[in-house]
Write a protein that binds this ligand. Structure first.
Ligand code: SF4
Length: 358
């Protein structure tokens, strides 16, 4: 893992910052009809609660572009307007208060139209993400999608904006193909200093999609590349945000309030780890934790005591009981039926001990 993050420009999106060393933000996209303001705002509120820092909405027509005005007022989160085919929708979205535009170089039309959009965005200090996508790359110019052509299409479009003095640019180069995606970002990271929005596209249902995204986005983040990310999953976008944070947490780029370490179980396992871990996550997840906590739930005495001792609070399973640990020290044996209650009590004690020490 690289200790050095790629240096990028900083771009302001509403009250959020992408690039320039800002924390890597997790974003998502609504899958409601943008014209249905009530449903869209309800979904955005759930996304916000899950930690989504900015949200993209599809703008398929004029009414959707106009709806951004009400959505922004109600949702109070930076809103990114996703525009395809018709540059005039970008102009309306800007008038409606969009905090950022996402346009696709493959389908937005003539250069003159792109420039019109950039001028209007510049007046309002609204950044533009150039989102190249393997599925819509202009094949007449770039041929078959490859890492090189994907990066080139995004960089060429950025140059077009630079020519008119527009530099508030974020780049993305997404493909379903993970190696192609990784390589395209590496090229753009080398050739530009624009902040990079990471993502692997059309990854599918949550299980497969989370894995494909974690591999692609995770590989780039481990190299120090990437300033913001969106995990694309089919289904509830709140899952995208959760997966995004898990990717960041796995690379120590984010510290969640609860880190749960649970052993995979094997033939030596003495207690029901899956049920215990699920219940502990549910109960501790509801608690207001003043500082992040690591909880280990381990099945036996092989790795259990070691892992449990390294966590803030932990349990190592025995036959019908668990050995409870806190602050790295064994405390006492508790009956299997009482493990969750005792663990939760220890979490409360750990948090109040830590608070009183600070
Ligand atoms: Fe198996 Fe024990 Fe390791 Fe869990 S901690 S996987 S039960 S050896």
């Amino acid at each position: 893992m690289s200790d050095v993050r790629r240096q990028s420009r900083s771009v302001q999106i509403g009250d959020a910052v992408i690039g320039g060393g800002a924390p890597i933000s997790v974003q998502s996209m609504t899958n409601t009809d943008t014209r249905d303001v009530r449903a869209t705002v309800a979904q955005i509120r759930r996304l916000k609660k899950a930690g989504c820092r900015m949200v993209r909405v599809a703008v398929p027509d004029e009414s959707a572009a106009q709806a951004i005005y009400k959505i922004k007022r109600a949702a109070k989160i930076p809103v990114v307007a996703d525009i395809h085919f018709d540059y005039r929708l970008a102009l309306i979205a800007l008038e409606s208060g969009a905090d950022k535009l996402r346009i696709n170089p493959g389908n937005i039309g003539a250069a003159a139209n792109v420039k019109k959009v950039a001028r209007a965005a510049k007046e309002r200090r609204v950044p533009i993400r150039i989102g190249a996508n393997a599925g819509s790359i202009d094949r007449k110019i770039y041929g078959e999608p490859t890492a090189v052509s994907l990066a080139a299409s995004a960089i060429d479009q950025a140059k077009m904006l630079e020519d008119i003095g527009f530099h508030d640019i974020v780049l993305s180069m997404k493909a379903f193909d993970v190696p192609m995606t990784i390589e395209a970002y590496r090229i753009a990271a080398e050739k530009t200093d624009y902040p990079l929005h990471l993502g692997v596209t059309e990854t599918g249902l949550p299980w497969e999609g989370a894995i494909r995204s974690a591999v692609g986005i995770g590989a780039l983040l481990a190299e120090g590349i990437g300033d913001t990310l969106r995990v694309s999953l089919t289904g509830d976008p709140v899952e995208e945000v959760r997966v995004g944070y898990e990717i960041l947490a796995a690379l120590d780029l984010y510290t969640p309030s609860l880190t749960l370490i649970a052993c995979p179980t094997c033939g030596r396992c003495n207690i029901d780890i899956s049920a215990l871990a699920t219940e502990v996550r549910r109960r501790v997840g509801k608690m207001k934790l003043p500082r992040p906590i690591k909880i280990a739930i381990m099945g036996c005495s092989v790795n259990g005591p070691g892992e449990a001792a390294m966590a803030d609070v932990g349990i190592a399973g025995g036959k019908g009981f668990g050995l409870l640990f806190s602050h790295g020290k064994p405390l006492r044996k508790v009956d299997e039926a009482e493990i969750v209650n005792e663990l939760v009590k220890e979490v409360e004690r750990f948090e109040s001990d830590t608070q009183s020490k600070n």
